[in-house]
Ligand binder design. Sequence first.
Ligand code: IPD
Ligand code: CA
Ligand code: CA
Length: 260
Amino acid sequence: MLTTIQELARRAGDIILRAEHEDLRVKNKSGSADFVTAYDVEVQTFLMGELAARYPAAQFLCEEKENDAMTAAPTFVIDPIDGTTNFIRGLRHSCVSIGYYEGGEVQLGVVYDPYSDEMFYATRGGGAYLTCGGKTRRVQREDKPLAETLVVIGTSPYYKERTGKETVRIFEELLYRTLDIRRSGSAALDLAYVADGRYDLFFEAVLSPWDFGAGRLLVTEAGGVITCPDGSKMPMAPVPILAGAPTAHQEFQQLIGYHG
Ligand code: IPD
Ligand code: CA
Ligand code: CA
C-alpha cells in the first residue's frame, strides 16, 4: 500500500504542477480566505477514484466533500492540496497529504511536495523517511528546549473571528521565548518539516483531520510529540494542535498554554 500511495501522490503532484500559469477557477467556499480551485477537486477525484478501485472496502474523509464521522473501518484521510492559498498565489509551497487509518488509528502517512519533489512518509512503528532525487533517508528530530526552537505557527484563517486573539497572544509569547517564528501556509508541510527538524515546534488553533491526518505520524515516528495543546490526543475533528520536540512541547504547555 505504501508504494501505491506514493505513486498516486506523485501523479496527484503532476496535476498540481500542470496548473502553473493556468486558469485555476478559484471559488470562495465559506467566506474569509477559504478558497477551492478546480485543481483541489480534480486531485481529490483522481485519488478517490484510484484508491477506491484498489481498496473497495475503504472509506474516505476528504476536504472537498461532505464527510460522516470517521469509523474504525479502513479510511483514507486526504487533503488533495494543502496550501491552497499558496497554490493560487504561485508561492510553490503546497502538498498532497494522504493518511491511512484502521481502527481509528493512523497506520501510514504520505506528504508529497511536487515543487521540491520531496516525498515524506511514515508507517506506524516503521519510522519516518524522506525520498528526494532518488535518495531516501531516515527523518528524525532531536529534542530541544523552547528557547532553542524555530517555531512555525498557523493562523487558522477560516476561524480567526473565534481564535485570532488567542493566536496573537501565543505568537507574542513565542516571539520572546524562541529563536524566531515562521508562517508557511501549508500545515501538512509544517508537520513534515517539524518531523525533519527544519522547524522545532508547530502551533495552530484549529486544524482539520485532513490537515494533520498524515503529518501526525511523520512527527511521532520521527521522535516528536503531537497532541492538543493540553496534552490530550487529537480526535478526528477540527482541534487545536501543538507538535514538536518533546521538551519544547512540554514547556509550551507549562509556560504558555492555550486558552481557546
Ligand atoms: C490550510 C493550510 C494552512 C492552515 C489552515 C489550513 P488548505 O489548508 O494548511 O497552513 O493555516 O488552517 O486549513 O485550506 O490550504 O488546504
Ligand atoms: Ca489543508
Ligand atoms: Ca486543502
